[in-house]
Design a protein around this ligand. Structure first.
Ligand code: BES
Ligand code: MN
Ligand code: MN
Length: 462
């Protein structure tokens, strides 16, 4: 495998340029205005898998956006790695905060990425990280070092809840049969300290609508005499946390697993600097649930956050009005054992019950998914750790992430296999934010590390 370093050095400009071409297609799954581009991106992914050396690649139509499936089966008696990734991206707004247009990728240097980083929507989440696997396959095929079978399943709806993928997985258990699932759609601690994600949070996402009068009213004529839906919504939302920032929905914490002091002490060993954390996002202090530190609040504890809130007049100047309706989008991040559908029910029941007379409340569930935790004594985890240790010179640290990839729990249920989350992004890469980027170092290091995972996974499987 010494040759992988040389291969990456020799081909790195092409690797970067190919990724840049993929990033130019605005595959925003949330907005139907981009629908044509999402389909085009699936075609581009298919072509890249064919070029990299898959024997069979197909576009699988679904009720939504297609899934790109590819495989190279060298010997059915050898293990099979299933690579999952997503080619859809988040909407790029607010556009005015980008320093260069989101779908015109450019390489810029940053403090954290002195070798440069590719700036574009999807650079890290997840086109860049997904494409590392395509290039790793190219290397293994070219150098005749692919030690096992490989299947690729790249979807186009991850950012909107993976509905079609669930549909697809349920119908294709035999085709997707594997010994381990490998995903690069998470992060690591830093470019000096790799980590392997051992947990993901679940998610319940809902939209709420509060309706007062049947039309917008003059706020002088009616103000004080009728319920103002925006005032009421703000009050209802505020009541969802108590003074310790615990969530007040009855039953919400029932299935939350409390970690032992030993486990929490183990977590606290991961390098973390609170001052740098605050500085990176310009905060004078952190905020959260009493009794837990930052690294616990955003990984092993469930949360409730308003993602958007609107209603009434928000245009220029002032308009004196009591709006007929107010709205909010609310997400709850869940921990393993909390069932997202049950939590959605608890939320709905509670939120409806706290509505005062004078308004009506509607809760619309959006999507959700279960959380995930994975043990660190599996062959897959060990193989990933050996791979990182070899390319970074230090072992990886297990870390539970606050983000969600709901499909991972479904993979375990439907395909009965464990997922290894080998992420190469950094928290500072601004995924879902303006100026998303992915370090060139990270991209190339990923391409270098992935073939080692295959090598060690096959060795340990013997
Ligand atoms: N890749 C992210 C999830 C992620 C990022 C996990 C970093 C851990 C570390 C994924 O694309 C994502 O954004 N997931 C959504 C959930 C989905 C159902 C919309 C999320 O976490 O908000
Ligand atoms: Mn992602
Ligand atoms: Mn994402």
């Amino acid at each position: 495998m010494e040759n992988i370093k040389a291969y990456v050095q020799e081909h790195k400009d092409r690797f970067i340029n190919e990724l840049i071409e993929l990033l130019k297609i605005p595959s925003v799954s949330a907005d139907t205005a981009y629908s044509h581009d999402v389909f085009e991106t699936a075609d581009a992914v298919k072509a890249s898998l064919e070029k990299a050396g898959c024997d069979f690649v197909e576009i699988c139509d679904t009720p939504g956006y297609p899934i790109v499936y590819g495989e190279k089966i060298i010997d059915p008696s050898l293990p099979t790695v299933l690579v999952y990734g997503h080619y859809d991206v988040q909407p790029p707004d607010p556009l005015e905060l980008w320093t260069s247009p989101p779908f015109e990728p450019v390489i810029k240097k940053t403090d954290i990425h002195p070798e440069g980083a590719i700036f574009a929507r999807g650079a890290c989440d997840d086109k860049g990280q997904m494409y590392m696997h395509v290039k790793a396959l190219e290397y293994m095929v070219q150098s005749n070092t692919l030690p096992c079978n490989v299947k690729f399943m790249i979807e186009g709806e991850e950012e909107i809840g993976s509905k079609s993928l669930s549909w697809f997985v349920e119908r294709n258990q035999e085709k997707l049969k594997n010994d381990v699932i490998l995903i690069s759609d998470t992060g690591m601690i830093s470019n000096q300290q790799p980590s392997i994600t051992t947990g993901l949070r679940g998610l319940s996402y809902v939209e709420v609508e509060v309706t007062g009068p049947n039309r917008d009213l003059h706020s002088g004529l009616y103000g004080g005499a009728v319920a103002n839906p925006i005032n009421v919504l703000a009050k209802m939302i505020a009541s969802l946390h108590d003074e310790n920032n615990h969530i007040t929905i009855p039953g919400f914490y029932d299935n939350v697993e409390e970690l032992s002091l030993e486990e929490r002490a183990e977590m606290a060993k991961a390098p973390f600097n609170l001052e740098n954390y605050k500085k990176a996002i310009d905060l004078n202090d952190v905020y959260g649930e009493s009794g837990y530190v930052t690294n616990e609040r955003n990984s092993i504890r469930p949360t409730l956050d308003v993602n958007g809130i609107w209603g009434g007049y928000t245009g220029e100047g002032a308009k004196t009005v009591i709006a007929s309706k107010a709205f909010a989008k609310i997400s709850m991040r869940l921990v393993p054992n909390q069932d997202w559908e049950h939590i959605t029910e608890l939320f709905t029941k509670h939120f409806t019950s706290i509505a005062p007379a004078g308004v009506t409340v509607l809760v619309k569930p959006h999507h959700g998914g279960q959380g995930y935790v994975t043990p660190i004594d599996s062959i897959g985890y060990k193989a990933a750790n050996m791979a990182y240790t070899e390319t970074f010179g230090v072992p990886a640290i297990p870390v539970r992430s606050g983000g969600s990839i709901p499909i991972v729990a479904l993979f375990e249920k439907e395909l009965k296999s464990k997922t290894i989350l080998m992420g190469f992004g950094l928290d500072s890469d601004a995924i879902h934010s303006p100026n998303e980027h992915f370090g060139i170092f990270n991209y190339l290091k990923g391409i270098e590390t992935i073939p080692l995972f295959y090598k060690y996974f096959v060795e340990l499987s013997k």
